[in-house]
Design a protein around this ligand. Structure first.
Ligand code: IYR
Length: 223
């Protein structure tokens, strides 16, 4: 039973002094600055427990009213990966042959992408994130809050955990993504949100030569 005394518990994260904060923030930036979206993966296996911990980390993201409106489908079955690749490539073919605007195609030139998505079958794991606009409990609909924001945050945590584990990923949205709902036989209250291939990078993997905006371009300080 919930009593008044167990409604709130102590906050246990360590409190750092200024020197420790300076070092922690700088070290963290240095590490996350190595993160890149990758399209060239190795087929080297990844331990299931690594993926379990990555998902547990994603599940630590904040969410509207702590509803955690997400489901992570984890696919290592080769037949299923092949099926997903075929369906994704079919949509991407349409995207690259008429559905995307000229301006959009031009913006993608730096990435040299096309409708072929071989990484979907190379990687040991695909993680498909579903959002839940409402929960279904005993046939009753219970609305969730800030669903896109919450699931976006969880994906951020997920990508961070993937990087931290020495793995790489790509935020892939072969839209429309409804085929994932069908192939994975998800319930009506789940909508596909993001597809993440997860694995080790291929030997000598390359990424586009992109630059991040600097602090003065992304922040305005009111001091
Ligand atoms: N979904 C396509 C196109 C694509 C769109 C964006 I926005 C990108 O940042 C990269 C690619 C594809 O995956 O190729």
């Amino acid at each position: 039973m919930n009593t008044e005394s167990d409604k709130f518990i102590p906050y246990t994260a360590p409190v750092l002094d200024e020197q420790q904060s300076l070092k922690a923030a700088a070290d963290y930036f240095e590490k996350i600055n190595q993160r890149r979206s990758l399209r060239e993966f190795s087929d080297r296996p990844v331990a299931r427990e690594v993926i379990e911990n990555i998902l547990k980390a994603a599940n630590c993201a904040p969410s509207g009213a702590h509803k955690q409106p997400w489901t992570f489908c984890v696919i290592s079955d080769p037949t299923l990966k092949q099926k997903i690749r075929e369906a994704a490539e079919k949509e991407e073919y349409e995207n690259y042959h008429g559905r995307m605007s000229e301006a959009w195609l031009k913006d993608l030139e730096a990435f040299e992408t096309d409708w072929h998505k071989p990484f979907l079958t190379t990687v040991p794991y695909l993680i498909i994130v579903f959002k839940k606009p409402y929960d279904l409990i005993e046939g009753q609909k219970h609305k969730n809050y800030y669903v896109n924001e919450s699931v976006g945050l969880a994906c951020g945590f997920l990508i961070n955990a993937i990087h931290e584990a020495g793995l790489a990923t790509l935020t892939h949205t072969p839209s429309p993504m409804n085929f994932l709902h069908k192939i994975l036989e998800r319930p009506e209250n789940e909508k596909p949100y993001l597809l993440l291939p997860v694995g080790y990078p291929a030997d000598e993997a390359k990424v586009p030569n992109l630059h991040r905006k600097n602090l003065s371009e992304i922040s305005i300080w009111y001091e």
